[in-house]
Design a protein around this ligand. Structure first.
Ligand SMILES: N[C@@H](CCC(=O)N[C@@H](CS)C(=O)NCC(=O)O)C(=O)O
Length: 104
């Protein structure tokens, strides 16, 4: 049975499908941010291959976040919808809840 501490296990086919879905996502973050760590922990628990964009190490990531999301606050999850529309989700609790709903 899956609980909150177990890492999610999937068949290779299921994981490939999840990997495909994750290609439309990117997490803006940096390591020393405790809110980011909370989201990164959930990403690991759910075995998600999500691109990480470090806003402390990569000025272009910070610029993208500011231009797209309107704030430099991290964590922020960039979600590109099938329509091509981009949604910038701030707030670690909202991101964790959304990831669990999509992939949990
Ligand atoms: N309520 C937010 C707090 C996030 C937050 O305070 N992030 C800090 C880093 S730990 C930050 O990005 N500060 C810089 C800024 O707001 O531009 C959450 O839970 O995600």
């Amino acid at each position: 049975m899956q609980d909150d501490t177990d890492q999610m296990a999937r068949t290779p086919e299921e994981q490939a499908q999840v990997d495909q879905q994750c290609r439309s996502l990117a997490l803006y973050e940096f390591e020393s941010c405790p809110f980011c760590r909370r989201v990164l922990h959930e990403i690991e628990r759910l075995s998600l291959n999500i691109e990480l964009r470090n806003t402390r190490e990569d000025p272009s990531a910070r610029e993208e976040l500011l231009e797209g999301g309107g704030r430099t606050m991290v964590p922020c999850l960039r979600i590109t919808q099938e329509t091509g529309e981009t949604h910038w989700m701030y707030e670690s609790a909202d991101i964790v809840a959304w990831l669990r709903q999509q992939f949990g």
